[in-house]
Design a binder for this molecule. Structure first.
Ligand code: GAP
Length: 534
């Protein structure tokens, strides 16, 4: 069986991630809580490895800039709750909202722009289409009154109790048997009023009537201090970016950075997403890795193009290269007004198994933000945030290029990319992580639990732990089962101490991806592994 795709891949991946301790549903023993996830022993290692590679590539080993010199970036770690006026300045209080619709029948909430897609995945819609006949034009369906009535009076009651023709089967007599595309067909079946003229999609869950879209602010609210009133209201940050803007002056005053330079941080963000979905892709609590890179306005275009390519290359180097990764420039109508004149906006996109018709969804956005944020914070706080550029003898508000990546979304892309099915192996499922990212770098096994093999294995294991970190010693069950466990965890190398070790002091090293085994001197195997896992 080849590696599955689409929902079959997601199903297997989610199951492996739970079974092997990558990701658990938050508070699962209480039935879980929608949009929140916990990272298990392997998952937290994977996430931390991805986080560390990003931090290292920004702070410790930044890439060479357009002029060949390393770019200058400093780090921050800001509080999750900040002064509420931060969100007034950033525009989040007024505008960080999604259109939301509520089902009048089952009371579920949906993001208005997700309803069509959710209907495409809905069981009741698939069942309705199955009792209609295909129309002459591709993508159209002819409702057959007799079959529809039978369905509405039987399966429909369970699958779509809110759908108008299920609640009132008598309505079916009014439906004419013309061909319609899916949105219009669903509109007709969910309408109990006069003949419909425009599309109005029903509830993906039960077929009920949806309210008009209302704007819903995505920020989580809380209160600071003992009194709960408007004065004490505060927000969990919906992005890490603003910490870099409101600390701009602190960083300039406390360090020797000079424009062009960047400030970055990694941390948790919170969005009360109307429809959290697709596993950890869109959650209510997630982690971001964001860089705000401050430049002279005349150099914004050069730096935008630089970061656009650099960030794409970064993901490629982690093994996401190839047909699953692409850079997509935003269309003119997607651009913020300030991004139109210089630079632009683009997304690094990954072909997640649920990306559907579009084929790709956002992993990271790279945006030209002009001086919008600094100007807003300067206006709302009343504190001057201009930078004096000694080389140019000029005072100005720097412009910003922002590469904003999702850490937890990155973990999902890495998991999807790594998942491989190979029936010819002891374990048909293996995770081909880049060795830098693998939660366990090497497994050490004595072939049998006697004849001095455990002692040699234990020694190698202790030495490896000191040198490369996370490793595992495993002496239980057959060697095939031990390899299988390591393949599922994505461990790139397995070291086996066997009978030959006792005579020539060599061990076997098995490569996860090829299954090939080589013999390496036992006293050199730590260096051999360290060199390959970086
Ligand atoms: N400061 C800009 C900003 O926050 P964004 O596109 O809203 O931009 C940046 O978020 C990245 O954060 C996204 O590309 C995505 O990887 C991640 N992200 C955003 N919302 C998320 C969510 N609800 N769940 C998981 N990751 C999310």
């Amino acid at each position: 069986m080849a590696t599955p795709t689409g929902s079959a891949l997601m199903e297997r991946l989610v199951s492996l991630c739970k079974r092997r301790g990558f990701i658990f549903q938050s508070s699962e023993i209480y039935g879980g809580i929608n949009g929140f996830w916990d990272y298990g022993p392997l998952g937290v290692e994977l996430k931390n490895n991805l986080r560390d590679v990003w931090w290292d590539s920004m702070i410790h080993h930044p890439p060479a800039g357009p002029d060949g010199r390393p770019v200058e970036i400093v780090g921050l770690d800001c509080s999750i709750i900040s002064h509420p006026r931060v969100w007034e300045a950033s525009g989040h209080l007024a505008g960080f909202a999604d259109p939301m619709q509520t089902c009048r029948h089952c009371k579920r909430l949906f993001r208005a722009d997700h309803v069509a897609e959710l209907l495409g995945e809905s069981d009741w819609v698939a069942a309705v289409l199955a009792v209609c006949e295909p129309g002459a034009v591709a993508g159209t369906h002819v409702p057959r009154r007799t079959e529809l009535k039978r369905w509405a009076e039987t399966r429909g009651k369970k699958l779509a109790p809110g759908l108008a023709i299920v609640r009132e089967p008598g309505l079916i007599a009014r439906i004419n048997e013309d061909a319609h595309d899916v949105p219009m067909l669903l509109t007709i079946l969910s309408s109990s009023g006069p003949p419909v003229t425009e599309v109005r999609l029903p509830c993906p869950n039960c077929g009920g009537d949806l309210t008009e879209p209302r704007q819903f602010n995505l920020m989580f609210e809380t209160w600071v201090g003992a009194v709960r009133d408007e004065e004490s209201k505060a927000y969990l940050r919906p992005e890490t970016a603003q910490g870099m803007f409101y600390n701009f002056k602190n960083v300039i005053d406390s360090t020797r950075v000079k424009v062009p330079f960047g400030i970055c941080q990694i941390g948790r963000s919170f969005r009360n997403e109307v429809t959290p979905r697709n596993y950890i892709f869109r959650s209510r609590e997630f982690e971001q890795m964001e860089l705000e890179f401050f430049v002279h306005p005349s150099e914004a275009d050069t730096w935008y193009r630089y970061w656009r390519q650099t960030r794409f290359d970064w993901w490629c180097n982690l093994g996401l290269a190839g047909k699953n990764l692409r850079l997509r420039d935003h269309e003119e109508d997607e651009l913020a007004h300030y991004a139109k004149d210089s630079g632009g906006c683009c997304d690094v996109e990954y072909a997640f198994p649920f990306s559907g018709e579009k084929g790709f969804t956002e992993l990271e956005g790279i945006a030209y933000r002009s001086d919008f944020d600094l100007r807003q914070h300067q206006r709302v706080s009343g504190v001057k945030l201009e930078y004096f550029d000694a080389e140019r003898n000029e005072r100005y508000l720097p412009h910003v290029i922002e590469p904003a990546a999702g850490l937890t979304r990155g973990v999902l892309a890495v998991l999807c990319e790594a998942y491989t099915m190979d029936e010819s192996r002891p374990s048909p499922e293996l995770m081909r992580f880049h060795p830098h990212l693998s939660p366990i770098k090497a497994g050490v096994f004595p072939l049998v639990n006697k004849e001095g093999m455990p002692e040699i294995g234990e020694r190698i294991y202790q030495e490896l732990r000191r040198r490369v970190g996370s490793c595992q010693y495993d002496a239980k069950q057959s060697i095939g089962k031990r390899y299988a466990r390591m393949d599922e965890a994505g461990t790139p190398f397995c070291i086996t101490v066997d009978g030959q070790t006792l005579t020539d002091q060599t061990v076997t090293v098995r490569d996860r991806d090829t299954g090939a085994q080589v013999r390496v001197a036992a006293d050199q195997v730590t260096g051999y592994i360290a060199e390959r896992v970086g």
